[in-house]
Design a protein around this ligand. Structure first.
Ligand code: UD1
Length: 326
C-alpha cells in the first residue's frame, strides 16, 4: 500500500516507517521536523516537509500520490507540560488531527492508524488495564487523545473512515537492528533520562518517589519496545484493510517494571554508576500501570517480543553509549 506517515521523522514514527518498508509498503513521510530529525528519514521513503496546522500543505501532500492509508503520529506528548500549556496541545493535537481528517476525506483516503495513549485511562481502577477500563484522563495530553478517538468514531460513522487507535503504554528502547539512532532532545521519559545520566549527558536521575504501594516503592510501568510498537502499526493497518472495520486497542507488554529495576539493569549494562536521588512524587503519576494486550493478540496476532527490561536497556545503551566523551 502507499502510506503517508505523518510525524514519520520522530522517535516512534521512524520505527514505524522502517517496519512498513520492511513489510513491502511504499512510504512517504510528512513532518515539520520540529522534534523529528532528518537523520531519522529513510532513503527508500519519500519526504514532504510540512505542518499539520497548514491545511494547504496537507492537501498538497495527500494530492501528491494516490495514498491508500495514513499513519498519524504528529503530536506533542509532554503529559506534564500539557497541564500548564493546554493551548499548545489543543491546537497541535486536536486541530492538527482535524486538519488531517479533513484532508484525508477530501483526497478519498479512508484508512488511518492513529497514535493514542494509555493516558486516556487516568488513575487505574483495576489492573491489568483492558480497553473497556473507564477513561478519566489525569492530564490534558490524555484528554486530547481521548477526544481524537471520539472524532475518529464520528468520521467512521459519517465518512466511512476506518481507523485503528493504538493506545501505547510506555514506549521505550531503540531499533532492534541498531539502524535508527536519532536521540530525542531534552527527553523527560524515564529510560532516555537514565541513559543520559549513564552517558554523562546529565548529572543524575531524579527518582520521583519511593513510597508508592509497589514492591520497591517506585513507580511501575508497562514499557513496550518501540520495535514491537512499530510492528503493531503494520498489523493494525493489515487489520483495517482486511476486515474493513475500525479498531481501538492497547499495545503493552503486560509486564510491570519499576524505576529501580530499570535503573539497576541500566547500571549493569552500561557499567556506569548512574547517580540517582530520590525526590518527591511527580503530580499525576499513578503507582502502577500495566496493560492487558489480549485484544491485540486476538485480533492482530500481536505480542511484545522485545519488551523485556534487558532488551529495552541494551538497545537504548547501544545508541547512547556513542555520546560518552572519552
Ligand atoms: C506519560 C503518559 C504516557 C505518555 C508518556 C509520553 C500518563 C499516565 N502517561 O507516561 O501516556 O505516552 O508520558 O511522554 O500520562 N520517572 C522518574 N524520573 C524521571 C522520569 C520518570 O522517576 O526523570 C518515573 C515516573 O514517576 C514514572 C516512570 O518513571 O513512574 C515513567 O515515567 P515517564 O517515562 O515520564 O512516563 P509516564 O509518565 O508513565
Amino acid at each position: 500500500m502507499k502510506v503517508l506517515v505523518i510525524g514519520g521523522a520522530g522517535y516512534i514514527g521512524s520505527h514505524v516507517v522502517k517496519a512498513l518498508i520492511k513489510s513491502g509498503h511504499e512510504v512517504t513521510v510528512f513532518d515539520n521536523l520540529s522534534s523529528g530529525l532528518r537523520e531519522n528519514l529513510f532513503d527508500d521513503a519519500g519526504f514532504i516537509e510540512g505542518n499539520i496546522l497548514n491545511s494547504e500543505q496537507l492537501d498538497a501532500a495527500f494530492a501528491s500520490a494516490s495514498f491508500d492509508a495514513a499513519v498519524h503520529l504528529a503530536a506533542f506528548k509532554g503529559a506534564g507540560e500539557s497541564m500548564f500549556k493546554p493551548e499548545k496541545y489543543s491546537v497541535n493535537n486536536i486541530t492538527g488531527t482535524i486538519n488531517i481528517l479533513n484532508s484525508m476525506c477530501a483526497a478519498g483516503v479512508k484508512k488511518l492508524v492513529f497514535s493514542s495513549s494509555a493516558a486516556v485511562f487516568g488513575e487505574p481502577e483495576y489492573l491489568p488495564i483492558d480497553e473497556d477500563h473507564p477513561k478519566n484522563p489525569e492530564n490534558y495530553y490524555g484528554f486530547t487523545k481521548l477526544e481524537i478517538e471520539r472524532f475518529l468514531a464520528w468520521y467512521d460513522r459519517l465518512k466511512g473512515l476506518k481507523f485503528a487507535a493504538l493506545r501505547y503504554f510506555n514506549a521505550a528502547g531503540y531499533d532492534i537492528d541498531g539502524e535508527l539512532c536519532g536521540l530525542e532532545q531534552n527527553p523527560a521519559n524515564l529510560l532516555p533520562v537514565i541513559m543520559e545520566a549513564a552517558a554523562g549527558m546529565r548529572e543524575k536521575l531524579q527518582i520521583f518517589g519511593d513510597d508508592y504501594d509497589t514492591p520497591d516503592g517506585t513507580g511501575v510501568r508497562d514499557y513496550v519496545h518501540v520495535t514491537d510498537l512499530a510492528d503493531g502499526h503494520v498489523k493494525a493497518l493489515d487489520y483495517i484493510s482486511r476486515e474493513g472495520e475500525s479498531l481501538v486497542v492497547n499495545l503493552g507488554s503486560e509486564n510491570g517494571i519499576s524505576v529501580l529495576e530499570l535503573l539497576e539493569d541500566a547500571r549493569k549494562i552500561s557499567g556506569s554508576k548512574i547517580p540517582a536521588e530520590i525526590t518527591g512524587r511527580r503530580p499525576g503519576d499513578p503507582a502502577k500501570l500495566v496493560a492487558s494486550s489480549a485484544k491485540a493478540k486476538e485480533l492482530l496476532g500481536w505480542e511484545a517480543k522485545y519488551s523485556d527490561c534487558e532488551t529495552l536497556v541494551r538497545t537504548s545503551w547501544d545508541v547512547y553509549k556513542r555520546q560518552v566523551k572519552l
